[in-house]
Design a protein around this ligand. Structure first.
Ligand code: PEP
Length: 222
Protein backbone atom coordinates (compact mmCIF):
# COMPACT_ATOMS: atom_id res chain seq x y z
CA UNK A 1 0.00 0.00 0.00
CA UNK A 2 1.27 3.49 -0.84
CA UNK A 3 1.67 6.14 1.86
CA UNK A 4 -1.26 8.36 0.92
CA UNK A 5 -1.64 12.08 1.39
CA UNK A 6 -4.96 12.72 3.17
CA UNK A 7 -6.06 16.35 3.15
CA UNK A 8 -9.09 17.58 5.11
CA UNK A 9 -10.63 20.91 4.11
CA UNK A 10 -12.94 22.28 6.81
CA UNK A 11 -14.07 25.23 4.66
CA UNK A 12 -16.04 27.86 6.65
CA UNK A 13 -17.20 25.30 9.20
CA UNK A 14 -16.64 25.06 12.97
CA UNK A 15 -16.35 27.35 15.97
CA UNK A 16 -13.28 27.36 18.23
CA UNK A 17 -15.09 25.01 20.65
CA UNK A 18 -15.71 22.57 17.80
CA UNK A 19 -12.09 22.77 16.73
CA UNK A 20 -11.00 21.92 20.29
CA UNK A 21 -13.49 19.07 20.46
CA UNK A 22 -12.09 17.60 17.18
CA UNK A 23 -8.59 17.94 18.62
CA UNK A 24 -9.60 16.25 21.88
CA UNK A 25 -10.97 13.29 19.93
CA UNK A 26 -7.81 13.22 17.81
CA UNK A 27 -5.68 13.23 20.96
CA UNK A 28 -7.51 10.13 22.17
CA UNK A 29 -6.42 8.35 18.96
CA UNK A 30 -2.88 9.72 19.06
CA UNK A 31 -1.17 6.34 18.71
CA UNK A 32 -3.19 5.48 15.61
CA UNK A 33 -2.73 8.92 14.07
CA UNK A 34 0.99 9.03 14.71
CA UNK A 35 1.45 5.58 13.24
CA UNK A 36 -0.80 6.18 10.24
CA UNK A 37 1.20 5.14 7.17
CA UNK A 38 0.75 8.36 5.24
CA UNK A 39 0.64 12.14 5.64
CA UNK A 40 -2.40 13.82 7.21
CA UNK A 41 -3.04 17.51 6.52
CA UNK A 42 -5.94 19.49 8.01
CA UNK A 43 -6.92 22.91 6.68
CA UNK A 44 -8.97 24.80 9.31
CA UNK A 45 -10.54 28.22 8.69
CA UNK A 46 -8.03 31.10 9.07
CA UNK A 47 -9.10 32.22 12.57
CA UNK A 48 -8.40 28.74 13.96
CA UNK A 49 -5.15 27.90 12.21
CA UNK A 50 -3.12 29.11 15.18
CA UNK A 51 -5.35 27.30 17.67
CA UNK A 52 -5.19 24.12 15.60
CA UNK A 53 -1.44 24.19 15.09
CA UNK A 54 -0.81 24.99 18.79
CA UNK A 55 -2.93 21.98 19.77
CA UNK A 56 -1.10 19.78 17.26
CA UNK A 57 2.20 20.80 18.86
CA UNK A 58 0.90 20.51 22.41
CA UNK A 59 -0.44 17.02 21.81
CA UNK A 60 2.51 16.05 19.63
CA UNK A 61 0.25 14.80 16.82
CA UNK A 62 1.62 13.92 13.40
CA UNK A 63 -0.80 16.18 11.53
CA UNK A 64 0.36 18.92 9.19
CA UNK A 65 -1.52 22.20 9.01
CA UNK A 66 -2.77 23.83 5.83
CA UNK A 67 -4.57 27.02 4.87
CA UNK A 68 -7.53 27.04 2.49
CA UNK A 69 -6.39 30.05 0.49
CA UNK A 70 -3.71 32.73 0.31
CA UNK A 71 -3.37 36.27 -0.96
CA UNK A 72 -2.05 36.95 -4.46
CA UNK A 73 -0.21 39.94 -2.92
CA UNK A 74 2.73 40.40 -0.59
CA UNK A 75 2.49 41.84 2.92
CA UNK A 76 0.96 45.30 2.74
CA UNK A 77 -2.16 47.39 2.29
CA UNK A 78 -4.53 44.69 1.03
CA UNK A 79 -7.47 44.74 3.45
CA UNK A 80 -8.87 41.35 4.30
CA UNK A 81 -6.10 39.39 2.64
CA UNK A 82 -3.70 36.97 4.34
CA UNK A 83 -0.24 36.96 2.77
CA UNK A 84 1.78 33.82 2.12
CA UNK A 85 4.45 35.01 4.57
CA UNK A 86 1.80 35.17 7.31
CA UNK A 87 0.34 31.78 6.42
CA UNK A 88 3.81 30.24 6.56
CA UNK A 89 4.14 31.10 10.25
CA UNK A 90 1.35 28.65 11.06
CA UNK A 91 0.95 26.25 8.17
CA UNK A 92 3.06 24.21 5.79
CA UNK A 93 0.44 23.56 3.09
CA UNK A 94 -2.02 25.78 1.25
CA UNK A 95 -4.98 24.93 -0.98
CA UNK A 96 -5.22 27.19 -4.01
CA UNK A 97 -7.97 27.34 -6.64
CA UNK A 98 -10.64 25.35 -4.83
CA UNK A 99 -13.76 25.17 -6.95
CA UNK A 100 -15.65 27.28 -4.39
CA UNK A 101 -13.04 30.05 -4.76
CA UNK A 102 -13.42 29.91 -8.53
CA UNK A 103 -17.23 29.81 -8.38
CA UNK A 104 -18.16 32.23 -5.56
CA UNK A 105 -15.17 34.58 -5.69
CA UNK A 106 -14.61 34.42 -9.43
CA UNK A 107 -10.94 33.56 -9.08
CA UNK A 108 -9.29 33.34 -12.47
CA UNK A 109 -6.34 31.21 -13.60
CA UNK A 110 -4.35 34.46 -13.81
CA UNK A 111 -5.01 35.34 -10.16
CA UNK A 112 -4.38 31.78 -9.00
CA UNK A 113 -1.03 31.79 -10.72
CA UNK A 114 0.00 34.76 -8.54
CA UNK A 115 -1.20 32.99 -5.40
CA UNK A 116 0.81 29.89 -6.28
CA UNK A 117 3.93 31.96 -6.97
CA UNK A 118 3.75 33.78 -3.60
CA UNK A 119 3.03 30.56 -1.72
CA UNK A 120 5.96 28.82 -3.35
CA UNK A 121 8.26 31.75 -2.70
CA UNK A 122 7.83 31.40 1.06
CA UNK A 123 8.12 27.61 0.98
CA UNK A 124 4.49 26.55 1.40
CA UNK A 125 3.52 23.26 -0.24
CA UNK A 126 0.88 24.16 -2.80
CA UNK A 127 -2.16 21.95 -3.35
CA UNK A 128 -3.75 23.22 -6.54
CA UNK A 129 -7.35 22.29 -7.34
CA UNK A 130 -8.54 21.72 -10.87
CA UNK A 131 -11.96 20.74 -12.14
CA UNK A 132 -10.88 18.93 -15.28
CA UNK A 133 -8.00 17.94 -17.46
CA UNK A 134 -8.00 21.26 -19.31
CA UNK A 135 -7.44 23.49 -16.28
CA UNK A 136 -3.99 25.08 -16.34
CA UNK A 137 -1.61 24.04 -13.55
CA UNK A 138 0.88 26.86 -12.88
CA UNK A 139 4.52 26.66 -11.78
CA UNK A 140 5.11 26.36 -8.06
CA UNK A 141 2.53 23.66 -7.49
CA UNK A 142 3.50 20.55 -5.50
CA UNK A 143 0.23 18.62 -5.54
CA UNK A 144 -2.71 18.87 -7.93
CA UNK A 145 -6.17 17.82 -6.84
CA UNK A 146 -8.63 16.69 -9.48
CA UNK A 147 -12.09 17.62 -8.21
CA UNK A 148 -14.96 17.74 -10.68
CA UNK A 149 -17.35 20.50 -9.52
CA UNK A 150 -20.39 18.23 -9.68
CA UNK A 151 -18.75 15.69 -7.36
CA UNK A 152 -18.02 18.13 -4.53
CA UNK A 153 -20.40 17.71 -1.61
CA UNK A 154 -22.94 15.99 -3.88
CA UNK A 155 -22.60 12.39 -2.76
CA UNK A 156 -21.94 11.61 -6.43
CA UNK A 157 -18.21 10.96 -6.81
CA UNK A 158 -16.42 10.46 -10.07
CA UNK A 159 -15.63 6.80 -10.73
CA UNK A 160 -12.15 5.72 -9.62
CA UNK A 161 -11.44 4.59 -13.20
CA UNK A 162 -12.35 7.96 -14.74
CA UNK A 163 -10.52 9.88 -12.01
CA UNK A 164 -7.46 7.73 -12.72
CA UNK A 165 -7.75 8.40 -16.46
CA UNK A 166 -7.79 12.18 -15.91
CA UNK A 167 -5.01 12.06 -13.33
CA UNK A 168 -2.88 9.81 -15.50
CA UNK A 169 -3.12 12.27 -18.38
CA UNK A 170 -2.20 15.14 -16.07
CA UNK A 171 0.74 13.23 -14.67
CA UNK A 172 2.10 12.81 -18.18
CA UNK A 173 2.29 16.61 -18.37
CA UNK A 174 3.37 17.09 -14.73
CA UNK A 175 5.36 13.99 -13.82
CA UNK A 176 6.90 15.40 -10.64
CA UNK A 177 3.63 16.44 -8.98
CA UNK A 178 1.68 14.39 -6.47
CA UNK A 179 -2.00 13.87 -7.24
CA UNK A 180 -5.19 13.87 -5.21
CA UNK A 181 -8.75 13.01 -6.05
CA UNK A 182 -11.49 15.02 -4.32
CA UNK A 183 -15.29 14.89 -4.48
CA UNK A 184 -17.59 12.91 -2.18
CA UNK A 185 -14.86 10.63 -0.85
CA UNK A 186 -16.02 8.57 2.14
CA UNK A 187 -14.74 5.69 4.23
CA UNK A 188 -16.62 3.36 1.91
CA UNK A 189 -15.04 4.46 -1.36
CA UNK A 190 -11.63 5.85 -0.34
CA UNK A 191 -9.78 2.60 -1.03
CA UNK A 192 -11.12 2.40 -4.57
CA UNK A 193 -9.36 5.71 -5.35
CA UNK A 194 -6.15 4.94 -3.54
CA UNK A 195 -5.88 1.56 -5.24
CA UNK A 196 -5.46 3.42 -8.53
CA UNK A 197 -1.74 3.52 -9.17
CA UNK A 198 -1.59 7.19 -10.23
CA UNK A 199 -3.66 8.60 -7.31
CA UNK A 200 -1.44 9.60 -4.40
CA UNK A 201 -4.10 10.76 -1.98
CA UNK A 202 -7.51 12.30 -1.44
CA UNK A 203 -8.91 15.71 -0.59
CA UNK A 204 -11.85 15.52 1.80
CA UNK A 205 -14.53 18.06 2.59
CA UNK A 206 -17.49 16.53 4.44
CA UNK A 207 -15.65 13.40 5.57
CA UNK A 208 -13.06 15.43 7.48
CA UNK A 209 -15.50 17.53 9.52
CA UNK A 210 -16.46 15.10 12.28
CA UNK A 211 -13.46 13.40 13.82
CA UNK A 212 -15.36 10.11 13.93
CA UNK A 213 -15.94 9.98 10.17
CA UNK A 214 -12.39 11.16 9.45
CA UNK A 215 -11.02 8.51 11.77
CA UNK A 216 -13.07 5.71 10.23
CA UNK A 217 -11.85 6.77 6.79
CA UNK A 218 -8.24 6.52 8.01
CA UNK A 219 -9.02 3.15 9.55
CA UNK A 220 -10.35 1.93 6.20
CA UNK A 221 -6.83 2.48 4.84
CA UNK A 222 -4.93 0.44 7.40
C1 PEP B 1 -13.92 19.58 -1.38
O1 PEP B 1 -14.53 20.51 -0.89
O2 PEP B 1 -12.82 19.77 -1.93
C2 PEP B 1 -14.50 18.26 -1.32
C3 PEP B 1 -13.87 17.30 -1.94
O3 PEP B 1 -15.68 18.15 -0.62
P1 PEP B 1 -16.49 16.79 -0.34
O4 PEP B 1 -15.49 15.76 0.12
O5 PEP B 1 -17.47 17.15 0.72
O6 PEP B 1 -17.13 16.40 -1.63
Amino acid sequence: MKRPLIVGNWKSNKTSAEVLSWMKDAGEEKVFINQFPGQIVICPPYPYIDLFSSEVKKQNLRIAVGAQDVSPFELGAFTGEVAAEQVKEYASFVIIGHTERRKYFLESDELLLKKAAHAKQVGLSVIYCINDEDTHIPDGVDVFSYEPTWAIGSGKPDTPEHAALVINNLKKLHPTLLSLYGGSVTKDNVLSYLSQKCIDGVLLGGASLEFESFFSLLQALT
